[in-house]
Design a protein around this ligand. Sequence first.
Ligand SMILES: N[C@@H](CCC(=O)N[C@@H](CS)C(=O)NCC(=O)O)C(=O)O
Length: 213
Amino acid sequence: MIKLYGYWRSSAAYRVRIALHLKEIDFESISVHLVKNGGEQHTEEYSALNPSHLVPTLVDGDLVLNQSVAIIDYLDNLFPDVALYPDDLALKAKVQALSLDIACEMHPINNLRVQQYLVKELNVTEQEKMDWVQHWMKTGFASIEAQLVKTSGQYCFADQITFADICLVPQVYNAKRFGVDLSLLPNICRVVSNCQSLIAFEKAHPDNQIDAQ
Ligand SMILES: N[C@@H](CCC(=O)N[C@@H](CS)C(=O)NCC(=O)O)C(=O)O
């Protein structure tokens, strides 16, 4: 059975869980606690599996794979029945671009290790750290909202669930944790609310994970 090393609050692991549930793939969830004892992502055992010291990691037989985007592409190719991209090539590229706006531009600069470095090494205050996180979230979401004005229907791209929705929902969960006000971004709010009414998104939600505290 496929194994997913993740953490309930990790938005990158949350993306993979959504894809697994959308495709109804059985998997075993293994918790890597990102905070306890300095972070289990840094243990010898886990870093042998994933030298980047980040979650998620997917294990499928002999394949050990990191990077949620690569993992989801692998799953999409292996289990194509529920497709995560439109057939139209231009539209597929647009879906990828929006997904990467979140996965490459927004997510990494607010990651746990970045926040820890700001506080521990650069001695910024908790308030300055929050200002950093909120600034980059707001910048990123403003761009996503402007794109959704043109492309969204029920979901990011008309009425088909795509990889873009898989990236958006966890990023919005993250934003709420850090007190970012999204109320003036109606397309993002509508799309996320529609996604969250689906059972796959519900099953993948952080609060519904075995390691949720
Ligand atoms: N680009 C990677 C990002 C992975 C990542 O940053 N994971 C975070 C949780 S969302 C993590 O493990 N952080 C641990 C840390 O910063 O020490 C992916 O999409 O898989």
